[in-house]
Design a protein around this ligand. Structure first.
Ligand code: LLP
Length: 421
């Protein structure tokens, strides 16, 4: 069931016409569907029925506190990578014992915040970080629960910039250093070893890389236990891809991913932790925009819309594909056109798609960029002094603004001209 679909000739988000949201909030704006968030969370969590599992939603995908609160009510935990994300998760009602802290560069202040909150586990990525965490924990008279993120040297991920599990990537403890890292951790009084962690990449559209990483980590868990370490949890990160509407291979369904994980971990006697981001949020949101101008170029038509790369960076950064549709359903006898769809920013990279065929659009038409719920608003910026794009949450026939559009005055408020003399 699609929660962004045409009814009575126009596109709705659940039971709200997108036109109404554009009138009330202005464009561009992100629109999310509560029902889709809930469905994706349940589909994912249900595929681990029968095993002990924590679904720690990866906050970086969409960190709005309304989104986090929606997931918290369903029992979600959180995977955070900064003190800011930790604060969001706690404010949204995610209990600290369901929060895992990832990232290669945690600061000591962030470690302190997380220890004070009482999070579930630190996913530690280097010996230097381990030593710093030990010192912080001892200064607070406590022990930090730790899993090492190991680097299994597995190829995975939809794009070079989001592949993380190869040895040349900055992530994780080198495979050949893992045993020594656990031995050092066991000797540190401020550290309590609790598990093993791995995350190999994002927008992964096959099961094989997951299988390879899980199997390798399974062997490591056995070895570590033989060496006397207590391994209670096994976190396999996120990374499951979603359909973006292009013709590339369809990613595996969560049920297939779940079946694979269950099969491979059946004898491991561990509690599983998952960190899905895109899978939960990606297709739960769209970016709503208006066509400003249609411009005839020398050899092509440009559709200039009011959303830009600062609002949705994915096409510029990863050559990502997003579907575009008009909010008005195409007339029965519609004319097909080919456009380069671009934003107003002064860079050629501000291009959402090139040479895309679609029903002809006109100035003033509203359009939807699909699959923008993950890494959309979360990666937006105010480049070109374009205020951060607002976010709207829909639930049934209701909608609410969950992040306001700042005014230019709001932006300028944080800046000042120094009074040198
Ligand atoms: N866990 C860790 C440690 C991660 O680094 C990530 C994503 C996730 C979980 C969630 O992965 P997911 O389930 O969403 O694939 N901005 C890029 C994606 C960057 C992913 C970064 N790490 C994009 O828009 O495609």
């Amino acid at each position: 069931m699609r929660h962004f679909d045409y009814k009575n000739g126009e596109m709705y988000a659940e039971d709200v016409p997108l036109r109404k949201i554009a009138e009330a909030v202005g464009t561009p704006c992100y629109v999310y569907s509560t029902a889709t968030f809930e469905r994706h969370y349940r589909v994912f969590a249900d595929s681990f029925d029968g095993i002990e599992a924590l679904v720690a939603y990866s906050v970086k995908a969409n960190s709005n506190i309304a989104v986090l609160a929606t997931l918290a009510k369903l029992g979600a935990g959180a995977d955070v990578v900064s003190a800011g994300e930790l604060a969001r998760a706690l404010i949204a009602g995610i209990p600290a014992h369901k929060i895992v802290f990832s990232g290669v560069g945690k600061t000591k202040a962030e470690m302190r915040d997380a220890l004070e909150a009482g999070i579930r586990v630190f996913n530690v990525e280097s010996l230097a970080e381990l030593r710093a965490l030990n010192a912080v924990a001892l200064s607070m008279n406590t022990q930090a629960p730790v899993a090492f993120r190991v680097n299994p040297d597995v190829t995975a991920g939809g794009h070079e910039k989001i592949s993380t599990g190869k040895k040349e990537n900055k992530f994780g403890i080198a495979w050949s250093h893992a045993e020594a890292a656990y031995a050092e951790a066991a000797a540190l009084p401020g550290i309590k070893i609790v598990g093993v962690d791995v995350h190999i990449g994002s927008q992964i559209d096959q099961l094989a890389p997951f299988e390879a990483a899980i199997a390798k980590c399974g062997d490591l868990i056995k070895t570590l236990r033989q060496q006397g370490h207590t391994i209670q949890s096994f976190d396999i990160g996120g990374g499951l891809g979603i359909p973006y509407g292009d013709n590339t291979k369809a990613p595996p369904l969560p049920s297939a991913y779940g079946a694979l994980v269950k099969r491979l971990t059946a004898d491991m006697n561990v509690e599983m932790i998952f960190e899905p981001g895109r899978m939960i949020a990606g297709n739960a949101g769209i970016l709503l925009s208006e066509v400003l101008y249609v411009k005839q170029g020398e050899d092509r038509n440009f559709l200039i819309i009011d959303a830009a790369m600062n609002d949705l960076l994915r096409p510029a950064l990863y050559d990502a594909y997003h579907d575009l549709e008009g909010v008005k359903a195409p007339a029965r006898d519609f004319k097909q056109e080919t456009y380069d769809v671009v934003g107003p920013i002064c860079e050629s990279g501000d291009t959402f798609m090139k040479g895309r065929e679609m029903p002809a659009l006109e100035e003033g038409d509203l359009v939807v960029l699909h699959s923008a719920g993950a890494y959309g608003a979360a990666q937006s910026s105010q480049y070109n002094t374009r205020p951060l794009v607002p976010e709207v949450m829909v639930r049934g026939d209701k909608f609410a603004i969950i992040r306001e559009r700042p005014t230019v005055a709001d932006i300028l408020k944080t800046e000042s001209i120094p009074d040198w003399d």
